[in-house]
Design a protein around this ligand. Structure first.
Ligand SMILES: [Zn+2]
Length: 228
């Protein structure tokens, strides 16, 4: 039975093999992610949106998910989309060719508008969070001016660049950090706008006395004392 006369595989060799398999699995998964919506698992179909971790979804699926978080079963473990603010509608370039690759991989739905490389998971693609344009990482590297989008010319900053379907854990950690930062910024802006609106309302209600709410309300504290 087994290993007759052969050498017994050493533990570290087996671990190495397992790691190789896991890496190949992750790579295959990454390729599939460029063809299918991460939520509905249906083929990507425009309008396509990207989240802050670079995952792709059909916009329709995200809308359905926001209405009913159980519609795709494990939705909450796939994504952390709380509103449409957590996704960006992408400006993708449809692939003019429908030919499969020599390796039998189906033709990608989208290509890089600069290099015409297919978005099939074999090479890095990115999109810009501020404008939504998507292209190959190679196109951006080869063009000298990275301060404006190479498709729509809109200005962007480095942290707006979102690699699509990255499997690099360090990259994903960085993207999570940026997502947290954006959410914090949004929260701060909302709180500021709210307090501004409240102050404006107070001014309208009783002229110029903005600080009134900060002073103790004598009437109500008296009432409280007598009822206590
Ligand atoms: Zn753009």
């Amino acid at each position: 039975m087994g290993n007759d006369g052969g050498s017994i595989p050493r533990r570290n060799e087996m671990v190495k093999e397992k790691k190789k398999d896991e890496k190949a699995d992750r790579k295959n998964q990454a390729i599939a992610q460029n063809y299918f919506c991460a939520l509905s698992k249906l083929p990507l179909q425009e309008p396509v949106v990207g989240d802050e971790l670079g995952r792709l979804y059909n916009r329709q699926a995200v809308l359905e998910y926001l209405l009913d978080r159980t519609v795709y079963g494990d939705g909450h473990s796939i994504c952390d989309i709380q509103s449409l603010k957590d996704v960006k509608t992408l400006n993708l370039t449809p692939n003019p060719s429908k030919k499969s690759s020599s390796l039998g991989q189906p033709a990608a739905q989208f290509v890089c508008p600069i290099t015409m490389k297919e978005m099939n998971g074999n090479s890095g693609f990115e999109f810009i969070w501020s404008c939504g344009c998507a292209f190959s990482a190679q196109a951006r590297r080869e063009l000298p001016d990275s301060a404006t989008c190479i498709v729509c010319d809109q200005a962007f900053v480095d942290k707006d660049v979102v690699p699509i379907n990255s499997i690099d854990t360090e990259v994903l950690d960085l993207l999570r950090e940026r997502r947290l930062e954006r959410r914090r910024d949004r929260e701060e802006k909302r709180a500021k706008a709210k307090s501004k609106a409240r102050n404006g309302k107070r001014k309208n209600e009783d002229g110029t006395d903005e600080k009134r709410a900060d002073k103790p309300d004598l009437k109500s504290s008296k009432v409280q004392k007598t009822t206590a």
